[in-house]
Design a protein around this ligand. Structure first.
Ligand SMILES: Cc1ncc(COP(=O)(O)O)c(C=O)c1O
Length: 306
């Protein structure tokens, strides 16, 4: 019998069959909703907690603190619950009700910060970080600090390894919308370790093109486009940055659900939109991979699907 923590990762990958326009190649989607809390973030949560345990930074009886829009918070709440740590989470009222409910259900102690206008902005993320930093100096507290924690990259290396194993090492391009950049960097590291010469493409919301143009802006794609370049992001491993309209990402989410049976959130729609764009430019013989980061269940109340 497996411990629930051993069920993180090893997610399926599927080929899109219905929504690919003519002239494209193969587009594969890695289904990360199959992780225990419904997102890829279970991988990095486990990696951050076990990394800190190995180094002796996190010990029995301590608390863990983090700020999150939901997916990382749920992953950490889950791992902390299993391992017996108190988990304190700073979040904001711009994120899906379901995500906040999920974190609560998994046992997180929540502080919810009020936004100015319901939008994800650099200022709001700044307030969340500030509050987490305040708590982090309390005794017996470990701050996972997802934006500056290199264990995040290690947590996503197996995601790249799985893709290569599932596709027999043949991948022409991988694209991913950047939040912490952990997923993109983890996959890039995996591909480099294995000597796979695939293009690595960063995606970002068109209304906040910080990576491509240095301009920050507001958007409603949860978990990505933080309005600054994250510390984990290393442009040396990135071949290109592509901006995607949020409206297209939302349209793709609807099509993925109704035509492909892939029920996922807005950032996943942005990833698939990017993969289709790349596939078109690389042509019919190409193979492009996108990550479906989480389940669409978390986005029902915000009206993503109807
Ligand atoms: C739903 C969702 N999609 C995408 C991302 C971005 O992934 P990464 O932080 O690995 O860049 C996140 C990160 O929080 C997220 O929560």
């Amino acid at each position: 019998m497996k411990n629930i923590l051993e069920t993180v990762g090893n997610t399926p990958i599927v080929k899109l069959e219905k929504i690919i326009p003519p002239g494209c190649g193969e587009v594969f989607v890695k289904l990360e909703a199959n992780n225990p809390t419904g997102s890829k973030k279970d991988r990095m949560a486990l990696s951050m907690i076990e990394g800190a345990e190995k180094r002796g930074d996190l010990k029995e009886g301590m608390s863990v603190v983090e700020y999150s829009g939901g997916s990382t918070g749920a992953g950490l709440a889950f791992v902390c619950a299993i391992k017996g740590y108190r988990f304190r989470l700073i979040t904001a009222d711009v994120f899906g009700k379901e995500k906040i409910g999920l974190m609560r259900a998994l046992g997180a102690d929540l502080e919810v910060i009020k936004s100015e206008d319901g939008k994800i902005t650099k200022e709001l993320i700044g307030k969340m970080i500030e509050r987490a930093e305040e708590i982090s100096v309390e005794p017996d507290t470990f701050f996972t600090d997802q934006l500056n924690n290199m264990d995040v990259i290690e947590g996503f290396v197996p995601l790249g390894d799985e893709i290569l194993q599932q596709l027999n090492g043949k991948v022409d391009a991988i694209c991913d919308t950047v939040g912490t950049a952990g997923t993109l960097m983890g996959i890039a590291k995996s591909f480099k370790n294995k000597g796979v010469d695939s293009k690595v493409i960063a995606l970002e919301p068109a209304s906040s093109p910080i990576l491509s143009k240095g301009i920050k802006g507001a958007h409603n794609v949860e978990g990505v486009g933080l309005g600054f370049i994250p510390a984990i992001y290393n442009s040396k491993y990135v071949d290109d940055v592509i901006s995607i309209e949020e409206s297209l990402a939302r349209q793709i989410c609807k099509e993925l659900a109704s035509k492909e049976g892939i029920f996922c959130g807005t950032s996943s729609g942005m990833n698939v939109a990017g993969a289709i764009k790349l596939s078109k430019s690389l042509g019919p013989k190409s193979r492009v991979v996108a990550v479906a980061c989480d389940t669409g269940l978390k986005y029902l109340s915000e009206g993503l699907f109807y």
